[in-house]
Design a protein around this ligand. Structure first.
Ligand SMILES: [Zn+2]
Length: 386
């Protein structure tokens, strides 16, 4: 090698040029791989890979993400979380098709004008979760409303007491419609509910907005041939039992009320389910005068299960505030392919609508051009003609 070096020019002889070219190419490649653009590319890929790993290991509840963006943990800050409703989206990609999807994130708070109240996001989602778990053509419903007298209502201002109310309601339905379970001595130790039941917590009455009137509603599923009428004396026995339980909250109670109805026609069953799954609304929330009640709803009852499944349905669980895994599963059932969670991103329908195909409200497929691409004039025309 040394003999080919030209000491005068300080270069290798002409024969060595191919090698020089090779060294140059290697250097260019090394420079390229160290270039800023390439590093950015690498970091982006790395970021995606890590996000995916994190996403697959443990998906954070999306609300936590929203809460972090608020940076404000006082009550007012938590109430105003609803201003983040539909401002972010989950970016998903199709495992088979590589299609890009965006699912907008709803705040899913009952005091949000979009998410709460009749026909809002939460109402639709609760109704769906019930309907996908039971075939209303196969069952009739017993419908109980377990009411609370005013002195007990006033104590329903903690998560603990509301949970206790749910567990008493569960004992009620187990006691009157469950199977007795015996201990070794032949004594009944408890009752087990074999039939399916759905329970719903309603916090406000229908007549006055913002007045706290908590009560538990129960739908008990019965086979179509079951006789559903109950006589007055049975109902009185039930009331006596309920009174005994509510004495835990107020010993001086002497009278409590339970309303009973049954539903056998499909349209009545459907109506009952719609009514029972209804969350409270922004009108209820705005009408609340006591700040402590607002705090209860916003802080203490965050993530509370207002709808619970018992007996044959107890393997089902439902929460208004879905996490990303649940949202992803819901989207997968719509597009019929496995989706990969990529990241959460800001979302603006107005800015991107040209590049989005709406699959259903709040769920979009991104057109192949992506989000940044400005549609060409020709394409606009083409869309217009179609
Ligand atoms: Zn919302």
């Amino acid at each position: 090698m040394e003999s080919n070096f030209n000491w005068e020019t300080g270069n290798f002889d002409i024969k060595q040029v191919p090698y020089l070219q090779l060294f140059k190419d290697i250097k260019t490649l090394q420079d390229y791989s160290n270039s800023e653009a390439d590093q950015r590319k690498f970091q982006f890929k790395e970021g995606l890979r890590r996000r995916r790993e994190i996403a697959e290991a443990e998906l954070p509840p999306y609300l936590e993400y929203n809460a972090q963006t608020m940076g404000d943990f006082d009550l007012q800050g938590k109430i105003s979380i609803i201003s983040q409703c539909q401002k972010t989206a989950i970016n998903l990609s199709g495992a088979d098709t590589d299609n890009q999807y965006l699912k907008t994130i709803h705040c899913r708070k009952q005091w949000c004008p979009v998410c709460g109240g009749k026909g809002g996001t939460v109402h639709k989602s609760r109704l769906n979760s019930v309907l996908k778990r039971l075939d209303i053509n196969k069952y009739n419903f017993r419908q109980f409303v377990l009411t609370l007298p005013p002195s007990v209502r006033d104590q329903m201002n903690t998560r603990e007491n509301l949970n206790l109310l749910f567990s008493y309601s569960k004992l009620f339905i187990e006691k009157f419609y469950g199977q007795p379970q015996f201990d070794k001595l032949g004594h009944i130790k408890r009752y087990k509910l074999i039939k399916g039941a759905i329970s719903y917590l309603h916090l406000f009455g229908d007549d006055e907005n913002g007045i706290l009137k908590p009560h538990i509603n129960i739908h008990l599923l019965e086979s179509l041939d079951e006789k559903l009428k109950i006589d007055q004396s049975t109902l009185e026995t039930m009331k006596k039992w309920w009174l005994k339980k509510l004495k835990y909250f107020d010993e001086s109670l002497t009278i409590v009320d339970i309303h009973y109805k049954f539903r056998i026609e499909v349209k009545h069953k459907m109506h009952a389910l719609k009514y029972m799954t209804k969350p409270y609304s922004c009108r209820d929330f705005e009408a609340i005068e006591d700040q402590k009640i607002k705090k209860l709803l916003v802080e203490d009852l965050s993530g509370f299960q207002y709808l619970r499944f018992w007996g044959a349905l107890s393997n089902c669980s439902y929460q208004d505030e879905m996490d990303i895994t649940d949202i992803k599963t819901e989207c997968e059932s719509i597009v019929k392919e496995k989706l990969i969670y990529r990241f959460i991103q800001p979302f603006s329908y107005e800015a991107w609508k040209q590049n989005l195909i709406e699959i259903e409200p709040g769920f979009f497929q991104v057109k192949e051009k992506g989000l940044i691409h400005e549609p060409m004039e020709q394409e606009k025309e083409k869309t217009f003609i179609q």
